[in-house]
Design a protein. Structure first.
Length: 370
């Protein structure tokens, strides 16, 4: 799939902006803090209804306005798609898909597929487990909205269970209701862990192949889902495994006031030539591994949905050497790419159509096409 156009009204630092895009490579050039990333952020919002930069919708609305509007028109293999978002201060987002108002924000998922890659994502490997869980959860949610629902429900139940075990410390009578929350946590958590395990199992050989190409067969990457629960062959067996772990950790949970086992404790193990690079890898190995995971993610979305996602490269090209830049563009010849950069010279070898090099200066966008 690819985006044909974008329209913004009162979004971030833009009063009004309308752009038409090339199906392959689109580049936004300008100094920092001019509005380049804001354009990518708006595109991302039409995929997930969430920003990759903030959790506060008010920050998305131009500071002197009380509402903002985003619209994208996209072409998919068998159909056209239009997504519209209206953001209004103090109110829930209004989202329309092909002019039909959605009742839930999650209904926007599985329509416009987007992968974002920024300098922060280059730190995916060396940051804490929460960042890698977030990576897995976001990608599965794009492909399976039901996973997003289960994840939200699990987080609510987890909060309730943690609140309850703190109360039990002071009053044992609350122990009678613990089993109810445990069973809800076990069912939802098992669904999440089984889906995560399937996702990582599919991603591992893809990332291995990509990593070998990037490193010219010098390195071999292995990705593993590191679950706090022993995963079994069947859903029912894993349910029992989770139940046993919760029962066995009750004393520790009561002492710590938190839940010791569950998908909220899981991690993604990344090994290069048998070494855990989360702790022992060089910065170059960690960056190459992050790139391999992102490219594998793109192939997974294609395999699951039949559509290549749109790739947003936010100021990441300058972080990669020329060879990795060339590999990235070559590997993504079937993907629409949006690139932000402060300097165009290092992209000269990519042979970008000059009509789709957009110059951004104080929320004003110029190019030969407009």
């Amino acid at each position: 799939m690819y985006l044909e156009s974008l329209k913004l009204i009162n979004f971030r630092n833009y009063n009004q902006l309308t752009l038409k895009f090339h199906p392959k490579i689109n580049v936004f050039v300008g100094d920092n803090a001019q509005g380049k990333t804001n354009i990518l952020e708006a595109i991302y919002l039409t995929s997930t209804a969430k920003s990759f930069r903030t959790t506060k919708d008010r920050e998305l609305i131009k500071f002197d306005k009380d509402q903002a509007y985003i619209k994208v028109e996209a072409k998919k293999r068998y159909t056209d798609t239009m997504v519209e978002l209206k953001l209004e201060e103090g109110k829930k987002k209004q989202i329309k898909l092909n002019r039909i108002t959605l009742s839930k924000n999650s209904e926007i998922l599985n329509n416009v597929y987007v992968v974002v890659f920024s300098p922060e994502d280059l730190k995916l490997i060396k940051e804490g487990p929460s960042e890698r869980r977030k990576f897995i959860d976001h990608e599965i949610s794009q492909m399976k909205p039901s996973y997003f629902h289960h994840l939200n429900e699990y987080q609510k139940v987890l909060i309730q269970r943690n609140h309850l075990i703190k109360k039990i410390v002071h009053n044992k009578k609350y122990m009678d209701t613990l089993d109810i929350w445990d069973e809800k946590l076990i069912e939802l958590g098992t669904k999440l862990m089984m889906e995560r395990s399937k996702f990582v199992t599919r991603m591992s050989p893809l990332s291995r192949l990509i990593h070998r190409k990037i490193t010219e067969n010098k390195e071999n990457i292995e990705v593993k889902y590191m679950s706090s629960i022993e995963l079994k062959n069947t859903f029912e067996e894993t349910i029992e495994s989770f139940r046993k772990a919760l029962k066995g950790s009750l004393d520790v949970d009561l002492q710590r006031g938190t839940t010791t086992f569950g998908p909220h404790r899981d991690d993604l193990g990344v090994f290069v030539n048998g070494i855990d690079i989360r702790s022992f890898g060089s910065q170059g190995q960690q960056r190459t591994s992050a790139l391999s995971l992102k490219l594998a993610e793109i192939e997974l979305i294609k395999g699951e949905t039949g559509e290549y996602p749109i790739l947003l490269l936010d100021d990441v090209m300058s972080e990669l050497d020329v060879n990795r830049q060339k590999f990235l563009i070559k590997a993504l010849r079937d993907v629409q790419i949006f690139i932000t950069t402060t300097e165009i010279n290092h992209l000269n070898e990519l042979r970008v159509n000059k009509e789709y090099i957009f110059h951004v200066d104080h929320a004003t966008v110029h190019n030969e096409f407009i």
